[in-house]
Design a protein around this ligand. Structure first.
Ligand SMILES: NC(=O)c1ccc[n+]([C@@H]2O[C@H](COP(=O)([O-])OP(=O)(O)OC[C@H]3O[C@@H](n4cnc5c(N)ncnc54)[C@H](O)[C@@H]3O)[C@@H](O)[C@H]2O)c1
Ligand SMILES: [Zn+2]
Length: 360
């Protein structure tokens, strides 16, 4: 069992933690009624289990279709209306049971319902456990782009039970490992090494060891939590979490969101690490080690067909994180440490350098 503390809530990581959901909800998130928000892939057995633990009296389940297409204002409005119709009020709390889509959506419902009510994150995908459920960023997508409408709203507790990953489709487990690699590159070379060694055991459900999965999830959360603790509102240090994401987001958009986020970030990390070495920001072996880790997980390392250099550059320039002038990237200095300079954790890169690396 691992417990990780953030300023206003704790994260419990434990194989079998779902059995404690009622205790944790009652002690951290007292409410008259609980609204369990989930999707149709997760409702059975995981959300049903949560409802059973909470006791069905006063608890109600709100189920949305799975996938990114549910992370919209329309779904937010539907769930909010259903909660109002069902008589939920200011004294209610939300339990988000699902992947990152459910966490972001349910968190945004919690941030806005009656001007903000408490919520508990019960992440069920690897991405949601090690990334989306930590940090309090909630929101929805718009036709103009992902995550453009939202709010910072911290949960009152996060309950990560790696046992629920047994039903997660393998491609989503693999995609989650992309973010685990990112955490290793950002902050912990030993963690990256151990994850790379454990990959075959972790990927195969029949050999996946509960203690190893628990350790993987817990260490990744610790790394993200440490960064978020020091920079809750993304003023500086939190930029390091964007490693692989400037190029990764552009690839994701260029694919029309047909590729998984973790797959795009994997390719982004390979190219951004190459950029860091070319510029002399990173030690020479860094890009090779990042690529080796990505290959070992079985994630892609090259740009997908159709993602042309021009298209990617246009998308990067349109990204909300890009200010006018030079493109900026969160780059590693070596495995386990990110580059910083002039008080920021992102490095300006000439367009010609970006073009050169993408074309190589
Ligand atoms: N708030 C943040 O800081 C943050 C960080 C990273 C990602 N995100 C967001 O998270 C989303 C991606 O997360 P995701 O990959 O979890 O997406 P997701 O919620 O769509 O889950 C992926 C798929 O796995 C299914 N699933 C989830 N858990 C399962 C389980 N235990 N068993 C069977 N099926 C299961 C889902 O139904 C879905 O089909 C994106 O919208 C992204 O923007 C947010
Ligand atoms: Zn990501």
């Amino acid at each position: 069992m691992h417990s990780i503390s953030l300023p206003t809530y704790d994260v419990l990581v434990k194989h079998g933690a779902l059995a404690s959901v009622a205790d944790i909800a009652r002690s951290t998130t007292r409410a008259h009624r609980y609204a369990v928000i989930t999707d149709t892939n997760v409702v059975r057995p995981h959300a049903e289990r949560v409802v059973n633990e909470l006791g069905s009296v006063g608890t109600r389940t709100f189920t949305v279709p799975p996938g990114e297409s549910s992370k919209t204002r329309e779904t937010w409005a539907r769930v909010t209306d259903e909660m109002l119709e069902a008589g939920f009020g200011r004294d209610a709390a939300i339990i988000a049971v699902g992947g990152g889509v459910i966490g972001d959506l349910a968190g945004f419902v919690a941030a806005t319902f009656m001007r903000g009510i408490k919520y508990v994150q019960v992440p069920t995908s690897l991405i949601a456990m090690i990334d989306a459920s930590i940090g309090g960023k909630t929101g929805v997508d718009t036709p103009r782009g992902k995550n453009l409408v939202g709010a910072f709203h911290q949960p009152t507790a996060v309950l990560a039970d790696p046992a629920v990953l047994s039903t997660l489709p393998p491609e989503h487990f693999r995609a989650g490992l992309g973010e685990a690699i990112k955490h290793g590159v950002i902050a912990d070379a030993m963690y990256l090494e151990r994850t790379v060694t454990d990959v075959p055991m972790l990927l195969d459900r029949s050999t996946r060891r509960p203690d190893a999965t628990e350790a993987l999830v817990a260490r990744s959360i610790e790394i993200k939590a440490e960064i978020v603790r020091r920079d809750e509102r993304e003023h500086g240090l939190r930029q390091v979490l964007n490693f692989g994401h400037t190029i990764g987001h552009a690839i994701e958009a260029a694919s029309g969101y047909t590729l998984l986020h973790g797959e795009c970030v994997a390719v982004g990390m390979v190219y951004e690490a190459t950029m860091a070495v070319k510029m002399g920001v990173a030690t020479p072996g860094t890009a090779r080690d990042v690529k080796r880790a990505v290959e070992r997980v079985g994630l892609p390392t090259a740009l997908p067909p159709g993602a042309t250099v021009d298209k990617l550059l246009a998308l990067m320039r349109a990204d909300k994180k890009v200010r006018s002038g030079a493109l900026r990237f969160a780059l590693p200095r070596e495995i386990g440490a990110m580059a910083s300079g002039d008080g920021t954790w992102s490095v300006p890169v000439e367009e010609s350098v970006v073009r050169g690396v993408l074309a190589s």
